[in-house]
Design a protein around this ligand. Structure first.
Ligand SMILES: [Zn+2]
Length: 277
């Protein structure tokens, strides 16, 4: 998980432009609620998108439909397809900020438009994510005081919450865990909530097998004819350190390489199982 740069677009201008592109009677309906939508926009920024600090507004069925259908303009209207592309391009190297790996492919409403239709085209509420995260997040807002981290407003926690375990029997087995001390609400509790709801243990495990397979020839070179397990361990420690510096303490690659370096069975030849996969 990582923080995205804030969308550079002006929120109010974006809304006004989309409304002006609509036909009547939709355009008039939207003009009638524009002032209150802008008030909600300012509240959203002050609350950093935290639903419990906002009051969901009640709109007539017609206004609600008009607000919801504004979002369709992002895919069907030509100029607004540009806005969509702009938001998708905020993802670093095209990676999803929620799972740290899969390519971004869609926009997720941080606050679901079914509950907050007024934020259906608010750039700050539209987060570029991968299909998997978008599908698994669904319309969840929060649960028992825990919620998803908002990629535009929050840095992921700096303390290490994600750990992995690498074991070797007949093959290499990798597992991931996320845990925190204390009580929700906290950034650590939210991180663990996201880890559970997006089934990241499953996703990281699959990515890790592929990552270690890619590294198996390098490990084999370090191991050499001398069967030097220490050289493999040191290589994995360096990879853990560089991934931690580049991507943060809770990146799955940092956790993976650290766990692999701490597994004597893996370093002392267990990794050779990967060459057969
Ligand atoms: Zn994702």
């Amino acid at each position: 998980m990582y923080r995205l740069p804030m969308p550079p677009r002006d929120d109010e201008k974006t809304f006004s432009e989309i409304c002006l592109s609509r036909r009547n009677p939709t355009r008039s309906l939207l003009a009638g609620v524009t002032a209150s939508i802008f008030t909600q926009y300012r509240q959203y920024t002050l609350a950093k998108g935290i639903a419990s600090l906002l009051t969901a507004q009640k709109y007539s069925t017609e206004v609600r439909e008009a607000l919801l259908s504004n979002y369709d303009q992002l895919s069907s209207g030509r100029s607004y397809a540009i806005l969509r592309a702009e938001l998708l391009s905020l993802a670093h190297a095209g990676r999803c900020p929620m799972c740290d790996g899969a390519p971004v492919a869609t926009l997720d409403h941080y606050l679901p438009k079914s509950v907050f239709p007024e934020f259906s085209v608010l750039p700050k509420n539209l987060v570029p994510v991968c299909y998997r995260c978008n599908h698994l997040k669904q319309d969840t807002i929060d649960e028992s005081g825990r919620r998803f981290l908002h990629s535009y407003f929050e840095d992921p926690p700096s303390e290490t919450l994600l750990t992995a375990e690498v074991s070797v029997e007949e093959s290499v087995a990798i597992t991931f865990h996320a845990s925190y001390f204390g009580h929700a609400p906290s950034a650590a509790a939210n991180y663990c909530f996201q880890f559970e709801r997006l089934r990241l243990a499953e996703y990281f495990q699959l990515e890790s097998v592929a990552e270690l397979c890619d590294r198996s020839l390098a490990m084999s070179d370090y191991y050499g004819d001398e069967r030097d397990g220490n050289a493999v361990r040191e290589y994995l420690e360096r990879e853990a350190g560089s991934n931690r510096s580049r991507h943060g303490a809770n990146h799955w690659k940092a956790a993976l390489f650290l766990a692999a370096s701490r597994s004597a069975a893996f370093c002392n030849g267990g990794f050779l199982h990967l060459l057969q996969e």
